[in-house]
Design a protein around this ligand. Structure first.
Ligand code: FHN
Length: 495
């Protein structure tokens, strides 16, 4: 028993070491056929726009919204959108939910208006989740919205409505497809998982399964081309379910598919989840180079320091309750408040990333009241303080006890996003050498300047005019180059 625990811990350590190593640039590069397609960040205008978003909306909507985490009065304990994988339901019974999908309250225009009010600059919408149900009338399967009582092309309605509100649309697509006869998860990954063991790993337990998987690959490719062709306004694809070892083993196929999709839509944005290299490395190839346009590994977690993001673009996708993406009638565990979500947004931007908040509409197409309330509270905050989020990024300064710094791109403005105010109402701020504060004010009241006191070289006290209540807020520091006049007498201050 003791030995197996030791072995298990050893394996866990090894797996974690491999994962960590995968994110670090290797000094000795290995020759890769299917590694990263680009070294370094994208520098085009489309990607620059992606970087400016700050806040996005994720929507998980599909057949799973009908049971909402409950089947015949029994609660499923996993994430609601995974309910089909539960032994409590015959799979064919789940699949027949297609005949019940008739969301009479679905109003994409209203969703988009509310998303805009929240301050979202992009939306990621589930065109197909793991159950395989297509929210667009795909011609490659009959398991689509077209064959539901609703019939209408939901993806088109979402794309058009959000685009009309100036919100960029990204199409979520699950590689896992429980409905397709050729799909399979693959045999368990080799253990230990090494370059050598991966080379000889066979994900298929029979030739028949391997052949069927070839059909599935064609089907997947066709659906992706179909999505990009049908919805030219969509800016990118957001892949999921690609941890599946059968998919990970398709290195040559996925490498050329990525090239094909990018050729079909120049400027297309794809995150790091799409494919693995020939050694089974995901997100980062075996040389530690990012496999996509931004790091897509921050799901329900955030980096803590700038070193954690290795200079890459990234986004964080987050649920309101613990691990529920699709609609679940009974949210359990901690439900995040708007202040917590605003703090996550601020933290993301302060570390150079975007924050994406998930919504799970109900089976009738409405957005649940708790989510509407959060969206409206976040939106109210963003109206006043959004300038510290949009087109803002890492300021070169670490997180402080009072909150986070962001920097407005192309300006000398540094924002302090405040979540904790000291009883004194005074914040201590250390800026890089050669930086002076020309002016400071709250975003909520730019005409009322704040008293700035220099206490050491490049170190200041910013005094609030009056201490604030329970809402986070932003202090702007308009900075200039510092001119030394030699009359500083910091010792007297004894600070
Ligand atoms: O299994 C899914 C889950 O249902 C949800 O879609 C999230 C969103 O990022 N992705 C998967 C888990 O990584």
């Amino acid at each position: 028993m003791k030995r197996s625990i030791t072995i298990a811990l050893g394996m866990l350590f090894l797996a974690q070491s491999i994962a960590v190593l995968g994110q670090q640039k290797k000094t000795e590069k290995v020759e890769l056929k299917y590694g990263s397609h680009r070294i370094g960040k994208r520098d085009d205008a489309i990607m620059e726009r992606w970087r400016s978003y700050g806040l996005g909306q994720f929507i998980h909507w599909g057949l799973y919204a009908i049971p909402g985490g409950e089947w015949n009065g029994k609660q499923y304990n996993g994430a609601a959108e995974w309910i089909r994988s539960w032994n409590g339901i015959p799979k064919s019974t789940y699949d027949s939910l297609i005949y019940k999908f008739d969301p009479i309250k679905f109003d994409a225009k209203q969703w988009a208006i509310e998303a805009k009010q929240m301050g979202a600059k992009y939306v990621i919408f589930t065109t197909k989740h793991h159950d395989g149900f297509c929210m667009w009338p795909s011609k490659y399967t009959s398991y689509t919205i077209k064959n539901s009582p609703f019939k209408k092309d939901v993806v088109k309605e979402v794309v058009d409505a959000y685009d009309a509100q100036g919100i960029d649309v990204y199409l979520y697509f699950s590689i896992i497809d429980w409905n397709h006869p050729g799909y399979q998860a693959g045999n368990a990954k080799p253990n230990p998982f090494t370059v050598e063991s991966w080379k000889t790993y066979n994900p298929f337990s029979s030739k028949e399964k391997k052949d069927k998987y070839e059909e599935f690959k064609k089907f997947t490719r066709n659906q992706l081309v179909e999505l990009l062709t049908n919805y030219p306004k969509a800016k990118g694809l957001w892949f999921d379910g690609t941890w599946d070892p059968a998919w990970m083993k398709q290195d040559g196929f996925t490498d050329s598919l990525e090239k094909e999709l990018r050729a079909l839509r120049p400027g297309l944005i794809i995150g790091s989840r799409f494919r693995a290299d020939e050694n089974g490395s995901r997100h980062f190839d075996s040389n530690g180079d990012l496999m996509g346009d931004y790091e897509q590994g921050w799901e329900r977690k955030l980096p803590n320091k700038i070193e954690d993001v290795h200079g890459n673009d990234w986004d964080c996708v987050m649920t309101v309750p613990e691990n529920q993406w699709g609609y679940n009638k009974a949210w359990k565990g901690h439900i995040k408040t708007s202040n917590e979500l605003i703090e996550m947004t601020a933290k993301s931007v302060s570390l150079g990333g975007n924050f994406v908040l998930n919504f799970g509409p109900t089976g009738d197409g409405s957005i649940r009241l708790e989510e509407k309330k959060l969206a409206s509270e976040i939106g109210n905050w963003m109206k006043t303080n959004g300038d510290a989020i949009y087109s803002s990024t890492y300021a070169g300064l670490e997180k402080q006890d009072w909150g986070y710094f962001t920097k407005k791109k192309g300006t000398d403005k540094i924002n302090m996003i405040i979540f904790n105010t000291p009883i004194s109402g005074t914040y201590r701020v250390k800026l890089p050498a050669g930086t002076a504060i020309a002016k400071s004010y709250q975003l909520a009241s730019p005409s009322e300047t704040l008293k700035v006191e220099e206490i050491h070289a490049n170190e200041y006290f910013i005094h609030l005019n009056k201490t604030k209540g329970a809402t986070p807020f932003v202090i702007v520091l308009e900075t200039t180059k510092k001119v030394r006049n030699g009359d500083n007498n910091y010792e007297k201050a004894k600070t």
